[in-house]
Design a protein around this ligand. Structure first.
Ligand code: G1P
Length: 288
């Protein structure tokens, strides 16, 4: 099973990140020294993805630009002998091939994924949401790619959430067939609290068959009047089966301020040059 493309919807307004996201796409907000979207794309590259299809709107072209060359800046950095910065700038431009398609009207995640239909030639492809990302050894999309290849089935990433948070996620229930791998029996987009026992929440990572585009085409508007990806997946699951894989590692939701700020500290502390001073500064803040 070849999985070389990821569809990455980035057309959302990012209302949770306002006012920071008023004129800057939420995907471009920095976490330490890189924009959120670069962490997501790096996770995709670790899973063997070579091509990213951004589903964008007219305010989001800088997201594509980040993964393009900036020759003028590169020349300037080369002349100034700023080799480390030059490498960092070039790295972002060479990690993946980039394509983009416009979502002309925001009609939900299912609709956004559906916009990429004509750009996906292979039997299977990945989907990632642009504000969640996973860190940790062998964590993230790579787990889904491996499970999909092993079982020859579509797979979606899940994580356990507390009972009072199930109305924030697509939720799944299933039968565990291997440690952390479930055959899905039930899927509901943002169920009301108390209406589902399962704690397995969809965390914005999917490996899907090309056929899913037909299911998206025929699904009716669901939760919030939007074309929900979860509803299309539910119909597919009932007919042909689908697996859920528990994600390892740590997940950051960049649209959540606690996660966003924690992620900044997490990556800052991974930089040996920055860590000692950052630790001192944090100690000073936390002890006051
Ligand atoms: C979307 C999906 C939902 C999933 C979530 C993960 O919801 O519809 O099933 O649990 O992403 O981040 P959104 O957060 O866009 O409302």
């Amino acid at each position: 099973m070849k999985i070389s493309q990821v569809v990455l919807p980035v057309a959302g307004w990012g209302t949770r990140s306002l006012p920071a996201s008023k004129n800057i796409p939420k995907e471009m907000l920095p976490i330490y020294n890189k924009p959120v979207i670069q962490y997501v794309v790096e996770e995709a590259v670790c899973a063997g993805i070579q091509e990213v299809i951004f589903v964008t709107n007219r305010h989001k072209s800088v997201v594509e630009d980040h993964f393009d060359r900036n020759i003028e800046l590169e020349e300037l950095l080369a002349e100034a002998g700023k080799i480390e910065q030059l490498k960092a700038v070039q790295e972002a431009a060479s990690m993946v091939e980039v394509m983009a398609v416009r979502q002309k009207q925001q009609m939900g995640l299912g609709h956004a994924v559906g916009c990429a239909r004509s750009m996906v030639p292979d039997d299977y492809f990945a989907v990632m949401v642009g504000d969640d990302f996973m860190v940790g050894d062998d964590a993230g999309l790579i787990q889904l790619v491996e499970a999909a290849q092993k079982y020859n089935m579509p797979c979606i990433g899940v994580m356990e959430v507390p009972a009072d948070k199930i109305d924030k996620y697509g939720m799944v229930a299933g039968e565990e067939i291997e440690d952390g791998v479930y055959k899905i029996t039930e899927m509901v987009e943002k169920p009301a609290i108390g209406t589902m026992d399962s704690r397995l929440a969809i965390v914005g990572r999917y490996v899907l068959p090309r056929e899913i585009f037909s299911y998206i085409e025929y699904v009716k508007p669901g939760k919030g009047g939007e074309i929900q990806l979860t509803d299309a997946l539910e119909n597919y699951m009932k007919e042909k089966g689908m697996l859920a894989v528990k994600m390892k590692g740590r997940r950051f939701d960049a649209g959540d301020w606690v996660d966003y700020l924690t992620a900044g500290v997490y990556f800052g502390m991974k930089d040996a040059k920055l860590a000692p001073a950052l630790r001192e500064a944090l100690k000073d803040i936390l002890e006051k």
